[in-house]
Ligand binder design. Structure first.
Ligand SMILES: Nc1nc2c(ncn2[C@@H]2O[C@H](COP(=O)(O)OP(=O)(O)OP(=O)(O)O)[C@@H](O)[C@H]2O)c(=O)[nH]1
Length: 383
C-alpha cells in the first residue's frame, strides 16, 4: 500500500480511538468514585482516597491530551508523536486501575476476589471495545490488564489462584482476538473512505481541466473570472484579462494535420502556463483561443505579462519532422472597467483588442482604449 495512505489511515485510526475514549470524561470519574467507595470495605479510607485522587488526576491528564489532539488538527507526520503521548497518558490510567490487584488484593476473601476480577474483566472488555481502532494502542492498553491477571498466583499461592490467572489470561486472549477482528473491519472501512476521498478530489480536479492542454477548461476559467470580478469589485482592486489566439493555426492543421495541431496547442499552453504567475488563471476558451485572468493587476503590469507571453510563444522552437512550426500569438488586453461588470463584457473587449492585434500584423499585444476600474474607485458593497 502507498506509504502515504498507510500513514493517513493510522492517523484516522488514532482519531477514531480518541473519539471512542473521549466519553471517559463522563464515566471514568464516576467509576473511580464508586470503586473507591467499595474498596473502603477492605482498605483504610486514607489509602483509597490517595488512589482516587491520583486516578482522577490521571483521568484529567489523558482527557486533556485527547482534547488537545482533537484541537491540534494533527498532520500525518505527527501521528507517531501523538500516539506516544496518548499511549503514556492512557497507559497510566490502565496501570492505575490494574494496580488494584496488588494493593487491593485480600487473599481468601470471596467478595474481594469478585470485586478484583470484575474490575479486570471490565478493563479488558472496555479496552477491546474502545481501543480496537488503533492496533498499537490496543496492544499497549491490553498488555497491562493481561499482566495484572497473572498476578494472583504470585500474590497468594494455590491451585485456585493459578487457575483464576489462567482463566483471566484466556479471557484476555479471546477479547484480543475479537478486538483484532473489529480492528480489521474498521481499518478496511477507513481505507475505503480515504480511497473515495482521493478519487473524488481527483475527479473534481480533472473536471476543471481542458482534456487536451491540461490548462483550465472554459467553464472553470469563466467561474474563476466571475469570482475574481466579485473580489476586485468588493475591494476596489484592478483586474485584467488577456485574450490569446494562435496566429495562422489553420495553416498548421491544413499542412501537417490535426495531430500536429494538437501538439502545437499543448506546447503553446505549456509554455504560457510556465510564464504566468501562480495566482493567474490560464484557460482554453476553445479551439486555438486562450484567456488569462490576472487578479490584482493594473494596465502596465497586464501589458508586461502579455508581452512576456507573446515573447515566450514566439521563442518556441517546434518542429514536425524537418519542418519548423512557426508559432506566434496575438494578444488583446482588457481591464475591469466598473465594479460588477459582467465577465462577458470584459471578454468581448479583450476579444476586440485581440482582433486589433491580428489586423495590425499578428504576433502583437494590443490593449483596449478605455479607463480601468482602479480609476473609478471601489464599489460600495455592503455585507
Ligand atoms: N488541431 C486542432 N485544431 C483545432 C482545434 N480546435 C480548433 N482547431 C482549428 O483551429 C483553426 C482555427 O482557424 P482560424 O479560426 O481560421 O484561425 P487561424 O488560422 O489561427 O487564423 P488567425 O486566427 O486569423 O491567425 C481551425 O482550423 C480549427 O479547425 C483543436 O482542438 N485541435
Amino acid at each position: 500500500m502507498d506509504p502515504d495512505r498507510s500513514a493517513r489511515i493510522r492517523l484516522a485510526q488514532l482519531h477514531l480511538y480518541v473519539d471512542n475514549h473521549i466519553n471517559d470524561q463522563f464515566l471514568a470519574p464516576a467509576l473511580t468514585v464508586v470503586a473507591a467507595a467499595l474498596l473502603t470495605r477492605w482498605l483504610p479510607v486514607e489509602r483509597v482516597t490517595i488512589w482516587a485522587v491520583v486516578e482522577l488526576a490521571i483521568i484529567a491528564i489523558y482527557i486533556t491530551c485527547y482534547r488537545r489532539f482533537r484541537a491540534a488538527k494533527v498532520q500525518v507526520a505527527d501521528e507517531r508523536v501523538w500516539r506516544r503521548r496518548i499511549a503514556w497518558a492512557h497507559g497510566a490510567h490502565m496501570l492505575s486501575w490494574s494496580s488494584i490487584i496488588v494493593w487491593g488484593w485480600v487473599p481468601g476473601d470471596a467478595g474481594n476476589l469478585m470485586f478484583t476480577m470484575m474490575i479486570h474483566l471490565g478493563l479488558v472488555s472496555l479496552t477491546a471495545a474502545m481501543s480496537n481502532p488503533h492496533r498499537r494502542l490496543l496492544m499497549s492498553d491490553m498488555s497491562i490488564p493481561i499482566v495484572a491477571l497473572l498476578a494472583p498466583p504470585l500474590l497468594s499461592a494455590g491451585g485456585f489462584n493459578a487457575g483464576l490467572a489462567l482463566l483471566g489470561v484466556f479471557y484476555c486472549m479471546l477479547m484480543l482476538c475479537v478486538a483484532f477482528k473489529i480492528h480489521g473491519t474498521t481499518a478496511e472501512a477507513i481505507e475505503l473512505r480515504l480511497r473515495n476521498e482521493e478519487l473524488i478530489s481527483k475527479l473534481e480536479h480533472q473536471a476543471r481541466l481542458d482534456g487536451l492542454t491540461g490548462v483550465a477548461n472554459r467553464s472553470h476559467l469563466l467561474a474563476t473570472g466571475n469570482a475574481e470580478i466579485r473580489r476586485a469589485s468588493r475591494f476596489g482592486h484592478a483586474m485584467a484579462l488577456l485574450m490569446l489566439d494562435i496566429d495562422h493555426f489553420k495553416e498548421i492543421n491544413d499542412t501537417h494535420g490535426h495531430l500536429v495541431g494538437d501538439r502545437v496547442l499543448k506546447a503553446v499552453s505549456d509554455a504560457c502556463a510556465l510564464a504566468v504567475r501562480h495566482c493567474d488563471c490560464l484557460g482554453r476558451l476553445g479551439g486555438e483561443e486562450f484567456a488569462v485572468i490576472l487578479p490584482e493587476t493594473d494596465l502596465p503590469s497586464a501589458l508586461a505579462a502579455a508581452e512576456r507571453l507573446r515573447e515566450t510563444v514566439a521563442a518556441l522552437q517546434l518542429h514536425h519532422r524537418e519542418f519548423p512550426l512557426k508559432t506566434t500569438v496575438s494578444i488583446g488586453v482588457a481591464m475591469l472597467q466598473a465594479p460588477g461588470e459582467p465577465l462577458a463584457q470584459l471578454l468581448h473587449r479583450a476579444d476586440v483588442a485581440m482582433y486589433r492585434a491580428k489586423n495590425s500584423g499578428r504576433n502583437r499585444v494590443e490593449a483596449e482604449v478605455t479607463a480601468p476600474m482602479s480609476d473609478a474607485g471601489p464599489e460600495a458593497v455592503t455585507a
